[in-house]
Design a binder for this molecule. Sequence first.
Ligand code: AMP
Length: 214
Amino acid sequence: MNIILLGPPGAGKGTQARVLVEERGMVQLSTGDMLREAKDSGTEMGRVVADVMARGALVTDEIVIGLIREKLATVKANGFIFDGFPRTLAQADALGELLEAEGQTLDKVVEMRVDDTALVARITARSTCGMCGEVYNDETKPIPADGKCTNCGGTEFKRRADDNEDSLRTRLMEYYKQTSPLIGYYYAKDMLSRVDGLGTIDAVQAEIRTALDA
Ligand code: AMP
């Protein structure tokens, strides 16, 4: 089963994708993670996208579609979770074509709904383990007092450079202008389910499970 987790920055897409990876052996394809890796490893593409990402703007369709094309051609999986992709209608069309070329289908799109005030609060409180990517939140899931990641024991935590209020405003604007039309697009294709992204991690996961197994 191939699915998209769709929602604004801070909706919890990455957190929920990690649970699905663990529970169902699916593979998470996060274009944000791929772009951050390219940036950190200092590749030419990384240099090109660094400034765009820091501002919270969207990287070109050509670049992100290229990243997904390469993964779909090389990674074999018992289902992909697209996280942060597609973000534009052109990317959505391209995803359909790429999956078809691989003899695969897109099965479900889960929209995670969260109100904007909660998003700002979540994002400005967010940090992740530098080793395994486990997500923490200063208020709801603080880094343990012993300074060790509950998942892998890692001791270094980082905050994303674009998790500040300025970039977040731009990211939210891009979401509403460019990505939210995908809700209608997938609704019309009869693929859309909606979940309330504001609950606890377990509560949201339960709703996603129901949507996927329906
Ligand atoms: P994310 O980790 O999904 O929040 O993505 C972080 C940043 O990477 C975004 O603010 C964009 O600058 C860029 N990015 C990630 N995925 C895409 C995409 N599908 N299309 C365009 N830009 C993207």
